[in-house]
Design a protein around this ligand. Structure first.
Ligand code: GNR
Ligand code: NI
Length: 175
C-alpha cells in the first residue's frame, strides 16, 4: 500500500472522463488499496481514481473516518439511478480543491449499482451524507468537480485560492 499524490485544480487530468474497469483483479485491488491510503492520509471521506491520475471508474469511501473507526467501501463501475426529488443542501469540500468549501444541493437519496472489492455485483440505496458523497465522487468519474455546480465567480475564486496555496507551498519547498 502506498500514499499517492492527489491532483488539484486546475490540473486538466481532473476533467477527463474515466473508463469502465473490465476486470476486478489484483492490480485493481492494489490501486484501491493505494487510493484508500491516500484518502486517509489526506483526511478525506471519499476519493475517485482520477484524483490520483488514474482514469478508471473506481471510488473508495469511508464515512466513519474521523470517528476512530475504519469502514472502507469500494465502488467499481458504479451506476446511479432513481434519484429522489428531495434535495439536500450540503457544505462540500474536495481534496482536489483544498481549503475551499461551499454548499451544493443534490438529491438526498439515490440507488447505486456497482462491483465491490471482490468484483461482486451489489446494489445499495444511499441516503444523507452517503448520497452526497457518492454523487460527488460520480461527478469526478465524468470530469466534474463540485465547484462546477457553483457560479462562475465562485468557481474562479476557488481555483485562484488553490493556485495561491500551491505557489506558497512551492516557495516553502524551495526554501
Ligand atoms: O473529503 C471529502 N469530504 C467531502 C465533504 C462533503 C462532500 C463531499 C466530500 S468528498 C471529499 C473528498 C473528495 O474530494 N472526494 O472526491
Ligand atoms: Ni472530490
Amino acid at each position: 500500500m502506498a500514499v499517492r499524490e492527489i491532483l488539484t485544480v486546475p490540473n486538466p487530468i481532473l476533467k477527463e472522463v474515466s473508463k469502465p474497469v473490465d476486470k476486478v483483479d489484483e492490480e485493481l485491488r492494489s490501486l484501491m488499496d493505494d487510493m484508500l491510503d491516500s484518502m486517509y492520509a489526506a483526511d478525506g471521506i471519499g476519493l475517485a481514481a482520477i484524483q490520483v491520475g488514474v482514469p478508471k471508474r473506481v471510488i473508495v469511501m469511508d464515512l466513519d473516518w474521523g470517528r476512530g473507526e475504519r469502514n472502507p467501501r469500494y465502488f467499481v463501475n458504479p451506476v446511479l439511478s432513481d434519484p429522489s426529488d428531495n434535495k439536500l443542501p450540503y457544505e462540500e469540500g474536495c481534496l482536489s480543491v483544498p481549503t475551499y468549501y461551499d454548499e451544493v444541493e443534490r438529491p438526498d437519496r439515490v440507488r447505486i449499482d456497482y462491483l465491490d472489492y471482490d468484483g461482486k455485483p451489489k446494489t445499495e440505496i444511499a441516503e444523507g451524507m452517503f448520497a452526497v458523497c457518492i454523487q460527488h465522487e460520480m461527478d469526478h468519474l465524468e470530469g466534474v468537480l463540485f465547484i462546477d455546480h457553483l457560479s462562475r465567480l465562485k468557481r474562479q475564486r476557488a481555483v485562484q485560492k488553490v493556485k495561491k496555496l500551491a505557489r506558497l507551498r512551492d516557495q516553502d519547498d524551495a526554501a
